[in-house]
Design a protein around this ligand. Sequence first.
Ligand SMILES: CC/C=C\C=C\CC(=O)SCCNC(=O)CCNC(=O)[C@H](O)C(C)(C)COP(=O)(O)OP(=O)(O)OC[C@H]1O[C@@H](n2cnc3c(N)ncnc32)[C@H](O)[C@@H]1OP(=O)(O)O
Length: 330
Amino acid sequence: MASRAARCLLRVTGRASGVTSGQLDYSLGQHGDRAFSTSIRLRSRKDPDAKKTYSFSTLKVDKPAKGVIQVELNRPDRLNALNNDSWCEIREFFDTISADPECRVVILSALGKHFTAGIDLQDMGFMMDLLGSDLDTSRKGLKLEQKVRDYQDSFTAIEKCPKPVIAAIHGGCIGGGVDMTSACDIRYCTEDAFFAIKEVDIGMAADVGTLQRFPKIVGNDSLVRELAFTARKFYAAEAKSIGFVSRLFDSRETMLKAAMDVASLIAAKSPVAVQGTKVHLNYSRDHTVQEGLEHMAIWQMTMLQSDDIMKAAMASADRRGKTVPEFADV
Ligand SMILES: CC/C=C\C=C\CC(=O)SCCNC(=O)CCNC(=O)[C@H](O)C(C)(C)COP(=O)(O)OP(=O)(O)OC[C@H]1O[C@@H](n2cnc3c(N)ncnc32)[C@H](O)[C@@H]1OP(=O)(O)O
């Protein structure tokens, strides 16, 4: 029960400019019965009914089938090199899609000759300005830390998005491209695709996810170290043999068709079941078996009560296979 002081403060309402929907949060320190500090924060909240427009300068977004959204890296004249806008928009796209009930699966592909040439080496003015500035080392360091965290968050948004993300890779997938696709759930590529953990060639350690996620995908520590220390290219056949991609295709078109077929198959399943599966695969990757089982047990207290279970059971009981279950969006 909040104290009188807190209840009083909670009655304070106001309209912050540009915030159409808000939620009052309060944090209250208690010492015995007495509040000793109270603060109120107005947290903006996306209107869940707002029409999703998905308009970006570096990404092209389409809805090719029910429940499926395709997002394409769209700077083909720059080999889809990731400039500052790209990093921001990737994060914004995946955060938005996470809350879009009509989206059940995402296909991530790219336009032009290559999937991506990695970070845009011609858009690193921020770094140059910062390094040349009069700021002292600690302040430069803190700004760099924030930048790295922001860029990390762009790809972590892919992993945190509860909808499965299928990466369809063609041509070069370099540096930041390996970080990005390592955060995806399923990876396909064309037979002419190639990859490189290129960061050491520009004098840095890979810092936005490759060293954390890629080793858990391929499960070959010796090879991971070789690829990350040498920056050598590895081609589609090797990427498949080490398990980084699961399927190869003779062209971008056949790959996108296959990605679409798999996406539509997933989109027709219970979104409660599919999204729960992604959440638990990710959780279990980073925890012990016992912790994963505990997490699952708590989750299922609610999810085993889903309407989807009854619908799926009735469909499976129909031996003629004529009952096709329709699962509500979440
Ligand atoms: C906080 C930090 C967060 C993230 C850090 C990420 C690190 C990385 O991403 S490291 C990787 C950086 N990228 C590279 O080193 C890629 C270098 N490029 C290549 O290896 C090749 O260009 C290629 C991608 C394999 C494509 O080869 P090809 O098809 O033969 O084209 P090119 O003739 O080489 O290039 C055409 C044109 O594009 C320019 N370009 C290539 N890569 C980039 C890039 N990453 N950023 C900006 N521009 C790039 C290249 O210079 C050419 O330009 P012209 O003006 O036409 O000469």
